[in-house]
Design a protein around this ligand. Structure first.
Ligand code: ADP
Length: 193
């Protein structure tokens, strides 16, 4: 299985990057943000709970997020691979993801870290608000909260993948580490915009 974690601050382009990879490799796309938003729309219990955190730009608690992810993955027994978009966002989530994948006798193939400067992130999110209708994109104080939560709680997760040599840094232009060139064909990497 080809299992990719798309990692990066809000507005880094995780959704955009995932589109080409999904199409090319026929992967199951799991965006925790999208799943929460679908639950908010359905007014499910999970949605009501998630909304109270998302509206403030805070992370939904690990226990809830991990349980939801576990259940979504287990619905896709036939998948050729997964793109995890916006998950994991904490070290506890990263460890839980490894455990879930073990039950499929598989593991993470690579973690693509999208790196974009803060001013550019804010510009993109405010711009996205005009079409996404997302309340958390349209308010600069919520955006700043999300970026600061990313820096504090999520950015450290890079070490989890760095330690396993699974990280691929994508900083506007491609950056292929030697490890990645040996391990993956440039073909796979070329699907990153
Ligand atoms: P973005 O990356 O642009 O912030 P997402 O759709 O990935 O957008 O996430 C929107 C919100 O959903 C986050 O601010 C957070 O409140 C919640 N969320 C999404 N994924 C997670 C996660 N893995 N853990 C906790 N909260 C999450």
């Amino acid at each position: 299985m080809l299992n990719i974690v798309l990692f990066g601050p809000p507005g880094a382009g995780k959704g955009t990057q995932s589109e080409r990879l999904i199409e090319k490799y026929n992967l199951v796309h799991l965006s925790t943000g999208d799943i929460f938003r679908a639950n908010i729309k359905m007014e499910s219990e999970l949605g009501v709970l998630a909304k109270s955190y998302m509206d403030q730009g805070l992370l939904v608690p690990d226990s809830v997020t991990i349980e939801m992810l576990r259940s979504e993955v287990s619905k896709k027994q036939e998948a050729l691979g997964f793109i995890f978009d916006g998950f994991p966002r904490t070290n506890a989530q990263a460890a839980a993801l490894d455990e879930v994948l073990l039950t499929f006798k598989t593991s993470i193939t690579m973690m693509a870290a999208l790196e974009v400067e803060e001013e550019e992130l804010k510009r993109r999110l405010l711009n996205r608000a005009t079409t996404s209708g997302r309340a958390d994109d349209g308010d600069i104080s919520i955006i700043e909260n999300r970026i600061s939560v990313y820096n504090k709680e999520t950015a450290p997760v890079k070490m989890f993948y760095q330690n396993q040599k699974l990280i691929f840094h994508h900083h506007q232009r491609y950056f292929y580490s030697e490890h990645f060139l040996q391990k993956y064909s440039p073909h796979l990497l070329s699907y990153f915009i």
